[in-house]
Ligand binder design. Structure first.
Ligand SMILES: [Mg+2]
Length: 432
């Protein structure tokens, strides 16, 4: 490719990143739409090796593709949850800054939960109670977490291959993308969580923040969002994550889907302990997501991964819909909780495209427009990992992340050896 083309792509990326950082989403959408260069840039991507310019290109293409998806979604059907101000049941209006908690200890959010996690959680699936030693328990937890990580990372790499909207047309089982399937930030951050869990047995926040930062510095071109670039660089430079995460996005903190995208393995690790699932999911998310929506999204996905594993270990008599109802009851009051409650009313044989139009499929990169759809997709495909992936690819949106989240959950309900070996070989090796 000509050097001038590379310069053009990088300049284009910088404009998009700057737009995104000040969160003028509407302007980004209009700009991308009017500019009309999405096909051109995507064509460029095909000419550029993945390991070259990936930092800029991935962010630029992500924003462009998401913007175009958002335009199409808005043209198709009005979104039920498009107006944050009418749905924040905490009584806060995003953007005013009053939803930022000046403190964010776990106990504060736990106090908001509708059901104290020490009480009976209401699930009809018995938890696995054993007399294993701590070492045995951790070995089993680690195996579960790595199974979920496989589902997540294969989904991440698979979904990334369908990130460009018009490649969706080829998303049929007859067209398995060629190897290698490069994984993205979803997998990088999930691996950090697994590393910390295997070392400490729980989420030690400072260690996780440092692991996030170290892995980011090692491979910054894994498609991190603009906010993550900013935050992880500052943490790597020695800043306190508690301060930096609350300063993001004008002081309201991130409500992106990053807390949810990486947390499936954590839910798998703590699948035998709901209270620990909630506490540790919150701890894992608040390092980067000070906004309650980002945290609620993480709790929801972690609970789903644990539920899926227990369902697979049980007689499977519980209806998949009950997973959604159960999670909605456990979440803190939030837009995410409201969406999960509403999506639990959607029949699981409904058309996934309709669910995505109604609840979002990550085109805003927020927890609010990602998590409910992913949980519904997981419930609808509890026994079919590949079917879940192909459907999510065809629906589109933030497709590497939706496939990662769904994959991290469904891997737990389908169990070992059910993700095709070919798919496992196609994902690039995990760089531990
Ligand atoms: Mg990603």
């Amino acid at each position: 490719m000509l050097p001038g083309v590379h310069d053009f792509v990088k300049r284009l990326a910088m404009i998009v990143i700057l737009q995104r950082q000040v969160r003028v989403d509407l302007r980004v959408t209009q700009w991308a739409n009017q500019f009309g260069k999405v096909p051109v840039v995507a064509w460029f991507l095909g000419e550029v090796p993945v390991d070259q310019y990936t930092g800029w290109l991935c962010v630029a293409l992500r924003q462009l593709a998401l913007a175009s998806t958002a335009v199409l979604a808005r043209l198709a059907v009005p979104r039920r949850h498009g107006d944050y101000s009418c749905l924040d049941s905490l009584g806060h209006r995003p953007g005013t800054g009053n939803e930022v908690r000046t403190e964010s200890p776990v106990s504060n959010l736990l106090s908001l939960l509708k059901l104290a996690p020490t009480q009976d959680d209401g699930s009809t699936i018995d938890f696995m109670r054993t007399s294993m030693t701590a070492a045995d328990a951790n070995a089993e937890r680690s195996a579960r977490a790595r199974l979920s990580l496989d589902g997540l990372s294969i989904g991440d790499g698979f979904g990334q291959r369908f990130f460009i909207p018009w490649t969706v047309e080829s998303a049929t089982s007859a067209n398995l993308p060629e190897a290698p399937w490069h994984y993205t930030d979803d997998t990088e951050m999930a691996m950090a969580i697994v590393q910390v869990l295997e070392r400490y047995g729980e989420i030690e926040q400072n260690a996780l923040a440092q692991t996030f930062a170290n892995r980011y510095l090692a491979e910054p071109g894994r498609g991190y969002g603009a906010g993550a670039h900013e935050l992880l660089r500052q943490i790597a430079d020695g800043a306190d994550w508690r301060l930096v995460s609350r300063e993001l996005f004008g002081g309201q903190g991130s409500f992106g889907n990053g807390g949810a995208m990486r947390v499936g393995p954590l839910g798998a690790w703590f699948a035998d302990d709901v209270k620990a699932t909630i506490e540790n999911a919150l701890r894992s998310s608040e390092i980067t997501h000070a906004h309650i929506e980002g945290q609620a999204g993480a709790i929801a996905v972690a609970l789903a991964a644990g539920w899926a594993w227990r369902w697979n270990q049980s007689d499977r008599s519980e209806r998949p819909e009950q997973m959604l109802e159960w999670i909605a009851e456990l979440l803190p009051e939030s837009e995410v909780a409201a969406s999960v409650a509403q999506v639990s009313d959607i029949p699981l044989d409904a058309w996934a495209f309709d669910v995505a139009r109604e609840f979002g499929c990550g085109d805003q990169v927020s927890a609010q427009d990602t998590v409910a759809y992913c949980l519904w997709m997981s419930a609808a495909h509890l026994t079919d990992y590949c079917g879940a992936m192909w459907t999510a690819a065809r629906v589109g949106g933030d497709v590497d992340t939706t496939c990662a989240i769904i994959g991290s959950i469904v891997a737990m309900s389908v169990g070992n050896d059910t993700i095709p070996a070919e798919w496992q070989r196609h994902r690039e090796s995990l760089n531990w």
